[in-house]
Design a protein around this ligand. Structure first.
Ligand code: TRP
Ligand code: SF4
Length: 401
């Protein structure tokens, strides 16, 4: 087995409907790569969608299925990655509830997306309990699978950060066995007087002065105690750092290389700007959209020279064209040797070529009508893992009576 398979990657997407080239270049291409390197869980965050769409929840369901088909179309392989819907695994909700008991309000209020989104979506009332809890629900999504890596864009990094804080806080509160202190005392005694004293001194030095050399020394001391059982050694090492047992491991954000996919108007590609090319656009639609794209406004007549830096078409050449074509655009545009129609042609062809296999695979999945089955299976697989974690969490919190 690939050693990285023991690490779990988890990521989710809100069901916003048909995906576009921005999603493909910014997120999905990365997921396709990751699925072969790690054990991946990819899910539809339908509860997260509800935090903003609660007034029109009926829009969510069709978006879910369109989105999953698009995932499959780009090459996410349900045999390799686990695909599911958040609301099919109620363990997310239970963990969210339990975490809400220990999460200070101030941690949620200071997450930057909270105020930003409220500002941005002014037409919606987002002064709700659910919306404030958005990042904590995301923490539950991540921690319920003990994910080690979470591929996200820049904007989501604070959510992974709060997840780490919540996990640390949880472990700190509940990561001790009920008779932890006395077990630690016993283990220390087993080292013999002299070593026990050294251990205590080194521990104090690390805890009070942050002396890392003392930590290393104490660990070494513990690990070289022949007469200590492994459990005792682990206890003593945990006790050194004051962490207790790790029940919920802290995840890492796996920053997706910022492939900023420009839209048809040069702004970031986004459904809300109406400047997208979707993964399902036909060759004709692609061609029409590119042909009507704005270009450098200085090129009023064919004979007016232009500047690619002022033209959104050039942004596409940067993504799709080789050096030779880029050179041809640069000189041709600046000298008015080529027209904008000529210039757009290689972009049209490259996009059509990129989207053709995606569209075909999407159509095949639609025809085979297996999406629901895929999600049923994935949700069951996901739930097995989630159930394991929630059992440990209940146990740690004393709820398994
Ligand atoms: N908040 C994420 C977004 O808007 C979606 C999401 C929900 C998510 N839960 C997650 C992403 C867990 C990564 C991990 O894009
Ligand atoms: Fe833009 Fe190309 Fe026209 Fe220059 S020639 S303005 S780069 S479309």
């Amino acid at each position: 087995m690939n050693p990285l398979q023991s690490q779990r990657v988890l990521s989710g997407m809100r069901p916003t409907g048909q995906l576009h080239l921005g999603h493909y270049h910014g997120v999905l291409k990365n997921w396709v790569q990751l699925q072969h390197q790690y054990h991946c869980f990819f899910f539809v965050a339908d509860w997260h969608a509800l935090t903003t769409e609660y007034e029109n929840p009926q829009t969510i369901a069709p978006n879910i299925w369109d989105m999953v088909i698009d995932w499959l179309a780009v090459g996410i392989d349900p045999e390799v990655a686990t695909l599911f819907i958040q609301s099919r695994v109620p363990e997310h909700a239970e963990l969210h509830l339990l975490l809400s008991m220990i999460t200070p309000l101030s941690w949620l209020e200071r997450v930057p997306t909270y105020k930003d989104q409220q500002q941005k979506l002014k037409d919606k009332n987002l002064s709700t309990y659910g919306f404030l809890g958005y990042p904590l629900l995301q923490s539950a999504d991540i921690l319920i699978y003990k994910a080690t890596q979470v591929p996200v864009g820049e904007d989501q990094v604070p959510h992974v950060e709060i997840t780490r804080e919540v996990a640390r806080h949880f472990n700190h509160l509940y990561g001790y066995e009920s008779n932890y202190e006395s077990l630690v005392d016993l283990a220390i005694k087993k080292m013999g007087k002299k070593n026990a004293k050294t251990y205590q001194q080194l521990r104090n030095k690390f805890q009070e002065q942050g002396d890392n050399a003392a930590l290393v020394g104490a660990k070494y001391l513990v690990e070289t105690q022949q007469n200590l059982a492994v459990q005792d050694q682990e206890r003593l090492i945990d006790y050194l750092e004051g962490t207790g047992k790790t029940i919920l491991p802290e995840p890492q954000a796996l920053l997706t290389p910022a492939a900023r996919m420009p839209g048809l108007d040069g702004q970031k590609m986004s459904k809300s700007y109406g400047n997208t090319i979707t993964l399902r656009d036909s060759p004709d639609q692609i061609s029409r959209k590119i042909k009507t794209m704005p270009t450098d406004p200085a090129r009023i007549r064919r004979t007016d020279p232009g500047n690619p830096d002022k033209c959104p078409v050039w942004q596409f050449h940067l993504i799709y064209s080789n050096d030779e074509i880029k050179q041809w655009v640069q000189t041709g545009c600046r000298s008015a040797h080529i027209g904008c129609i000529d210039c757009k042609q290689p972009v049209i062809e490259a996009m059509q070529a990129e989207l053709q296999p995606i569209r075909e695979r999407g159509e095949e999945y639609t025809r085979k009508n297996t999406v629901r089955e895929i999600i049923d299976e994935g949700s069951i697989r996901a739930q097995k893992v989630a159930y394991q974690t929630i059992s440990e969490v209940r146990e740690a919190m004393g709820l398994n009576k």
